[in-house]
Design a protein around this ligand. Structure first.
Ligand SMILES: NC(=O)c1ccc[n+]([C@@H]2O[C@H](COP(=O)([O-])OP(=O)(O)OC[C@H]3O[C@@H](n4cnc5c(N)ncnc54)[C@H](O)[C@@H]3O)[C@@H](O)[C@H]2O)c1
Length: 429
């Protein structure tokens, strides 16, 4: 089939290359000339495992462009643009709306418009009403098809999706979506059809549930610290129960990224607007906000005056495997340290270029852990990159005069660290 995907970010680009891989011809459109220029040269604008390989392999089925006339050159058009957070926590739908307006402006044929962006419950119906209100002669079918990939493993996640959710009550559109995803369905991926509002809710409820699991174990970890239990053992013991499962049950400094923070807030906002108090998700958000500053608070308890002290931050991305810094807990810690006039020194294997755009020369950037921590007063670990997990920890002792390591991701064995003379603090005792 001939497909157009609008937005070449983490979701749009992965959607484009995976659809090309199963044999479709895909126009990938973005408003950002730099991204399209890079893609035309075969370079990925995002850091994502296997992306370069699939871009190269499918180059004859992929067309990268900023030209909206391709909206006429497809049977199905995916909207995969961002829906970031507004100041009041609601989802910003302006990018999605702009694409819909462009479809009306540039498109003249019948089209299935698939909303892959995460949009609040009722948005697909509103988009449908919008298209109907424009008096277009062509027919537009609006289908909800939320995305569940995880950055860092995104391509593999799509090929091994746990489910494909389709929100539509139109038989023609449902059959077309089935045809589009046929190779995935034949490989055994469940294809679930429901109404559009329920499909939208599956996405918000799934993200809110996973975020709640993280905040839950973080609260338990705080209580473990008070009571003298070891949360890593507790999580291990809980995770063996398959009603609970061991995923998203790792104590740390809270969730970040482009989805959980904004989607939990957008769901609470939506509930409030409908006079419903979504208590569990609201608590998830407030627990997470407190957890993000956990390492900083431990540091303040050890060194009250941080003025002009050299502090190392290891890892800045919101998780390993991505260059994405959106809502990363590390940013909160960097800000708190800068507020106290500390000298912030940062290492990350892939996130530094994006970090430089945000902090310029207010902090120092390093390409190795050893250079970063040299003569520092303390180290804060914010992301569990392998480079950090498998770093020779005896170097903390060698390179710092009084080695304090505050590990927000429980990368090391507490006993080994202490036995090696490192003043080591982790999450949950
Ligand atoms: N990132 C994830 O892990 C993930 C997972 C599932 C769902 N989602 C959802 O998918 C959506 C996209 O997320 P993302 O992380 O890929 O965002 P992103 O910011 O990485 O990418 C969005 C892209 O859309 C482009 N764009 C904006 N307006 C445009 C327009 N009018 N025409 C063409 N291109 C335009 C931007 O330039 C950008 O390249 C969001 O709703 C998000 O919540 C994200």
């Amino acid at each position: 089939m001939k497909i157009t995907v609008v937005g070449t970010g983490y979701v749009g680009l992965v959607t484009g290359v995976t659809l090309a891989e199963i044999g479709h011809y895909v126009n990938c459109v973005d408003i950002d000339n730099n991204k399209i220029d890079m893609l035309k040269r075969g370079l990925s604008p995002i850091y994502e495992k296997d992306m370069d390989y699939y871009l190269k392999k499918n180059k004859d089925r992929l067309n990268f462009t900023t030209d909206y006339s391709v909206y006429n050159d497809c049977e199905i058009l995916f909207i995969g643009v961002g829906t970031p957070e507004n100041e009041d926590g609601s989802a910003n739908l302006s990018y999605v709306k702009r694409v819909c307006e462009d479809i009306v402006k540039y498109g003249s044929k019948d089209l299935i418009v698939v909303i892959k962006s995460t949009v609040p419950i009722g948005t697909n119906d509103e988009i449908d009403s919008y298209f109907k209100s424009t008096g277009l002669r062509s027919k537009i079918y609006v289908v909800s098809n939320p995305e569940f990939l995880s950055q860092g493993t995104a391509i593999n996640d799509v090929f091994n999706s746990k489910r494909i959710i389709i929100g539509s009550n139109d038989d023609y559109a449902i059959q077309k979506m089935k045809k589009l995803y046929e190779p995935f369905i034949e490989s055994g991926i469940p294809f679930l059809v429901m109404d559009r509002k329920s499909s939208e809710m599956v996405k918000y409820a799934s993200n809110s549930f996973l975020a709640t699991k993280i905040s839950f174990i973080n609260e338990i970890s705080n209580l473990c610290e008070v009571l003298g239990a070891d949360v890593n053992s507790v999580a291990l013991g809980m995770g063996y129960d398959d009603r609970i499962g061991n995923k998203f049950l790792k104590p740390g400094i809270g969730y970040g990224g482009s989805c959980f923070p904004k989607d939990t807030k957008a769901l609470v906002d939506l509930a409030n607007k409908n006079n419903y108090n979504l208590e569990i998700v609201s608590s998830t958000i407030s627990v997470n906000e407190k957890q993000k500053r956990k390492c900083f608070d431990i540091l303040k308890g050890l060194i009250n005056d941080l003025n002009n002290k050299d502090i190392a931050i290891l890892g800045v991305t919101f998780k390993p495997g991505t260059d994405d810094l959106r809502d990363s807990p590390s940013l909160k810690n960097i800000d708190l340290l800068l507020d106290e006039s500390a000298n912030v020194r940062v290492y990350d294997p892939v996130g530094l270029e994006n970090l430089k755009k945000m902090y310029g020369d207010t902090i120092k950037y390093f390409n190795s852990i050893s250079e970063t921590i040299k003569n520092c007063e303390a180290v804060l670990i914010m992301t569990e990159w392998d480079e950090i997990k498998y770093y020779n920890y005896s170097c903390y002792k060698k390179l710092m005069s009084n080695p304090i390591v505050i590990d927000g991701r429980n990368c090391y064995n507490k006993k080994e660290m202490k036995d090696n003379g490192i003043d080591y603090y982790c999450i949950g005792g």
